[in-house]
Structures are given as structure tokens and as C-alpha cells.
Write a protein that binds this ligand. Structure first.
Ligand code: URP
Ligand code: ZN
Ligand code: ZN
Length: 463
């Protein structure tokens, strides 16, 4: 063994117990009580600390061309920030070009990502074009190690209902999982046109152009199609009660429907859009009202939210300011990659949910759902030594100046956390300790995911 983490409290998705963790090279080799250090092994005393699997952020947009610019964190800055927030694997969205085979989309992004990434990464493909034999490239992409695909019901590159249905239909046979950004595009466009004509251009009108039912109705439609095919469906960045209720109903009926929400939807309400700097929170779907926030928390505690991920897509203040007098010009997206695990763990530390639940939704469940549970997502012999030491005693107030990405502001500014990650290991290497990034550019690796074959709402049987 090379590293022995002693006397920490290991948290799994099911339990918390005091034990030691031995690491050799990149892997966890033993978990147990009273493990003796091998000669030369580094011993870390984790008394008083939690020992957690590194988080898996299943939803990030690094260096993504979007909203007339490119998101502010490239693969180096984004993964550096991830490491400093206890996230050791990021799923990035590789956006397909029209006419491009999907495995080529991944290869194109991999070339940019590989020399930069400081922690491990995987991809989902953002599908724009599934005409002709491009539909077949879903399968070659699965074979390449990317079995998850996102379709957008909105934006100028969103797919038609027919393409969405055909992609869903094909996914079942080839071990793919379709994720959806669900909002009703027609309604958004109608509201936007109306508000602009009326001179209503503030960030609050971003929310009003995409209110609860605009997302909820699209969730219901997407679920109806998935149910008709009995195809698994993953709803990304769920932010509304109507959709939460629809997900719960489908799951109660036995359908493999999964929902992801994000910390910004759990923490803030739409009141942020009334602030002077409300444009900084502009993302799609927008943050909703109190009833939706409550429903998301209830769904999370009940087990109907499968994962929490960030939708990290930061833009610089000057870019957000493009929309000072016109909300349609605000690039959509916020920072969060460094804040997800600390925020969720702090909520656990404050008593809102258990640490095990946080580990489940931020690490173990995304590993299971996206086909990498034989590599990541738990503290278990044979898995990658992606480990976070968490100090429940350390209080931390989020400030952009203390963050490690490339952003110049954060919507999380001033939020007070109880407890904070003290150290992060990525495949056995120390990449973060006590506020300092210690990792290396290019050390992150492409994680290939297995085909996804989920037939019901319960993923506890996936090893
Ligand atoms: O506002 C957001 N969410 N920006 C990123 C793109 C997306 O829809 O996920
Ligand atoms: Zn989206
Ligand atoms: Zn997104």
C-alpha cells in the first residue's frame, strides 16, 4: 500500500462507520478496522473527519460555445475547481455539430479536454442531428464509452419532438440513456416576443417567460413518450413541482424515470431575479418559486430525485451584463462545480438530510446510472481511490476570491457553509488540501462508461 487513511468515518450511500482505507497506486485495496501501514506508506490521520467517495458531477458545460460566447471555465479551470470542491469526476456535454457522427463529437472534445483536465472526465453527447444514419451513431458512441445523450426541447439547436421520440426508441436496444432538457419552446418564444414588445426586459422576465408550467408541461410530455416506449429517461436540472410530481407518479408506476436537480434550485428561489444583479442567476430552466423548491427537497428526501449535479456553465460578469437591458441577451448558466458537494454536505451537517443521502445523490447514484459503478462512486476495494476528507467542524463562507475556477463572480457569494472538504484525492493522488489546488493539468483521464440497461426505477441492484 502507498497510502493509509486511518480512523475516519467512512460514509457510503447506505451507512457511516469508522474504519481505515488503504490505497495502492490508483486503487482502494482494503477497507477495514485496524489496518497496519505497510512500510513506507503515507499515513493520514482522519480522526474527526468524514471519508467520502469523490463526487461525480453528472452535468457540466466546460468551454462550451453558448449564448454568443464560450463558458468561462475551460477544462483546466473547471476540473481544478471541481477538485477543490471534492468532485473527482465531471461529465461534460459534448455538443454535436450538424452532420457529425456522435462518437466524432466525443473525440473532438476529448482532444481539447485530455491535455487540460486535472481530474477524470466522461461525456454525454448533446444531440442536435439524428437524421439518416446519424441515428446509428448513437450505437457507435455507446461502444466508444459514451452511452448517455441529452436532447434539448429548447434553444435554437433543440430537436423536434419526432427526433426526440426516435432517439428514445433507439436508446432501449443499444444500452443508451436519453437525458432531456424539458421546457416548452413555443411557449418560451411566445412570452419572449410579448415581453420584448411591451418593453419588459428585466431578469425577472426571464423567469416569467419560462414559469413553472412551461417546464412542468414539457416534463410530462417527455415522460409520456418514455412511458409509451418503456424507455429509461433522465430529466436534467429539474426545477419545478409539476415535473417533480410527474416523475414521482411515473416511478410509482414502475417506470425507469430519473430526475436530476441542482443546488441552485434547492437553495434559491425566483426572488433572485428581482435583485439588481438578478441576471447573474439567469439559467434555463430558471429558478422557480418556493413551492417548487419545497417539492424538490421533498422529492430528494423521498428518493424521487436520483442525482444532484451542477449544470456548471459560468459566464463572465461583462457577458452577463450584455443583458442589463434585455434579458434575452444574458448567456444562460451559472457557476457551481466547486460548490455542489460542500453545499449538500453542509445541508447534511445542518441536519436537513443524511450524509449518506448526499453520497448517494452526488456520487453513488450517478456512477450507477451512467455506467461507471465498477470504477467510481463509493469507497470500496477495487474502485478508483477518489476520496474526499471532509471536516465537519470547519465553517466556510463562499467568496469568488476563494474559488479556483476562471469565473469573476459567483451566485454563491456569501453563502455560509457548515463544514468543508479538507482534502481531495484523485486516483490516489492528492489534488487539493486546505484551500490549495495541488493537482496537475493533464492528469485527468477519460472514463469510458458501460452501456446503460436500466429497466425500473430502483437502481439499488446495480453493483
Ligand atoms: O442555463 C443553462 N442551464 N445553461 C447550460 C445549458 C443547459 O441548458 O444545460
Ligand atoms: Zn439544459
Ligand atoms: Zn446544462
Amino acid at each position: 500500500m502507498d497510502l493509509l487513511i486511518k480512523n475516519g468515518k467512512i460514509v457510503s450511500a447506505a451507512a457511516a462507520y469508522t474504519a481505515d482505507v488503504a490505497v495502492k497506486g490508483e486503487k482502494i485495496v482494503q477497507v477495514g478496522i485496524g489496518i497496519e501501514p505497510a512500510p513506507g506508506a503515507k499515513v493520514v490521520d482522519a480522526t474527526g473527519k468524514l471519508v467520502l467517495p469523490g463526487a461525480i458531477d453528472a452535468h457540466t458545460h466546460l468551454a462550451m460555445p453558448f449564448g454568443g460566447t464560450v463558458s468561462a471555465d475551460d477544462y483546466e479551470a473547471g476540473t481544478r475547481a471541481a477538485a477543490c470542491g471534492g468532485t473527482t469526476t465531471v461529465f461534460d456535454f459534448a455538443l454535436q455539430d450538424f452532420g457529425e457522427r456522435m462518437e466524432d463529437t466525443v473525440k473532438r472534445r476529448e482532444e481539447i479536454c485530455a491535455p487540460q483536465a486535472t481530474v477524470d472526465y466522461a461525456f454525454h453527447v448533446g444531440v442536435k442531428d439524428a437524421e439518416g444514419n446519424l441515428l446509428d451513431s448513437l450505437e457507435t458512441c455507446v461502444e466508444y464509452g459514451v452511452p448517455s445523450f441529452k436532447v434539448f426541447m429548447v434553444y435554437d439547436f433543440g430537436v423536434t419532438d419526432g427526433v426526440f421520440y426516435r432517439v428514445l426508441e433507439r436508446s432501449k436496444d443499444i444500452g443508451a440513456l436519453i437525458a432531456v432538457h424539458a421546457e416548452n419552446n413555443e411557449m418560451v418564444n411566445m412570452f419572449v416576443k410579448r415581453f420584448l414588445a411591451e418593453g419588459k426586459t428585466s431578469a425577472w422576465h426571464h423567469y416569467l417567460s419560462r414559469p413553472e408550467f412551461v417546464e412542468g408541461e414539457a416534463d410530462e410530455r417527455a415522460i409520456a413518450w418514455a412511458k409509451s416506449l418503456n424507455a429509461p429517461l433522465y430529466i436534467v436540472h429539474l426545477a419545478n413541482k409539476q415535473g417533480m410530481d410527474a416523475v414521482t407518479r411515473a416511478r410509482n408506476e414502475g417506470y425507469p424515470v430519473f430526475a436530476e436537480t441542482c443546488p441552485q434550485y434547492l437553495h434559491f428561489t425566483n426572488e433572485v431575479y428581482k435583485r439588481e444583479n438578478g441576471r447573474n442567476w439567469v439559467c434555463s430552466p430558471p429558478i422557480k418559486g418556493e413551492a417548487s423548491r419545497d417539492a424538490l427537497w421533498a422529492g430528494l428526501l423521498r428518493g424521487d430525485i436520483a442525482t444532484v449535479a451542477t449544470d456548471h456553465c459560468p459566464f463572465l460578469q461583462a457577458e452577463k451584463d450584455w443583458g442589463l437591458h434585455d434579458f434575452t441577451k444574458i448567456p444562460n448558466g451559472c457557476a457551481g462545480i466547486e460548490n455542489m458537494y460542500p453545499y449538500m454536505l453542509s445541508e447534511a451537517n445542518k441536519g436537513r438530510l443524511s450524509y449518506s443521502k448526499v453520497v448517494e445523490v452526488c456520487a453513488t447514484a450517478p456512477a450507477k446510472i451512467f455506467g461507471l459503478s465498477d470504477q467510481k462512486g463509493a469507497i470500496r476495494p477495487g474502485l478508483d481511490a477518489d476520496i474526499v476528507l471532509y471536516d465537519p467542524q470547519k465553517n466556510f463562507t463562499i467568496e469568488n476570491a476563494l474559488m479556483h475556477g476562471a469565473g469573476d463572480h459567483t451566485v454563491w457569494e456569501g453563502v455560509q457553509l457548515k463544514g468543508y472538504p479538507a482534502a481531495t484525492y484523485s486516483r490516489g493522488a492528492l489534488v487539493y488540501q486546505d484551500g490549495k489546488f495541488l493537482g496537475k493539468k493533464g492528469a485527468g483521464r477519460f472514463v469510458k462508461c458501460k452501456p446503460i440497461r436500466i429497466t425500473g426505477p430502483d437502481i439499488s441492484n446495480i453493483k
